[in-house]
Design a binder for this molecule. Sequence first.
Ligand SMILES: C[S@@+](CC[C@H](N)C(=O)[O-])C[C@H]1O[C@@H](n2cnc3c(N)ncnc32)[C@H](O)[C@@H]1O
Length: 207
Amino acid sequence: VRSFVVIGQKANAFGDWLLDDVPGTSGRIDVLLRCVRAALLTAHGLRQDTCVYLVLEQGPRIMRIDGRTVQFLRPDERALSVLAKKVLANEVTAPSFVDVKPGIALARGGLEVALAEGPRDVFVLDERATVDIRDAALPRECDVMFVLGDHLGFSEESRRLLAALPAIGIGPTSVHADDAVAIVSNELDRRYRLVLSPRVPGAPSEP
Ligand SMILES: C[S@@+](CC[C@H](N)C(=O)[O-])C[C@H]1O[C@@H](n2cnc3c(N)ncnc32)[C@H](O)[C@@H]1O
């Protein structure tokens, strides 16, 4: 399983925002929701091998969306925003994940909850990293987790928790968080997944 953990420094943790002005009223949860789309949805489907954690440091609360079991995930931001509002309206105060919808769980707590989810190779996506993802060893069989910041980057608290973990870069330009997710997904697809058969013009189509 590949996992993405996105740290939302100011994102609203309880769903109290206006659907007609999500960027202006939600502490930029739209940045996190775009990461959900980038991580879990392809042009025509759902990545079942992928899990996304949204860390809402203002709670702190953490939402987990698991591609193996999530249902009715739509790519448009308004639909994702409606879904997040419904999820965050749940009264979950447990420090471990509670399922609130198929494939979506919520817990009280922050980044530490995601990091405690089990043995994984964890990498921090950091513009200042000296190792590039193309040179990083990412074994095919391992569960791999990538942690990234939102539009504000990493908070002091998250930097402290991540300090001992390997940092990797994805190129010389600081890109938006959802673009960072797309670049990492593409790198893993190229290495490990034959998503599309090469189409040779004129070749007979598969039965
Ligand atoms: C919009 S960027 C954060 C910019 C923020 N102003 C800062 O200075 O940290 C969002 C996140 O995407 C990831 N990211 C963006 N570009 C990257 C790069 N070139 N290499 C590694 N990670 C990157 C990082 O995790 C970053 O925190």
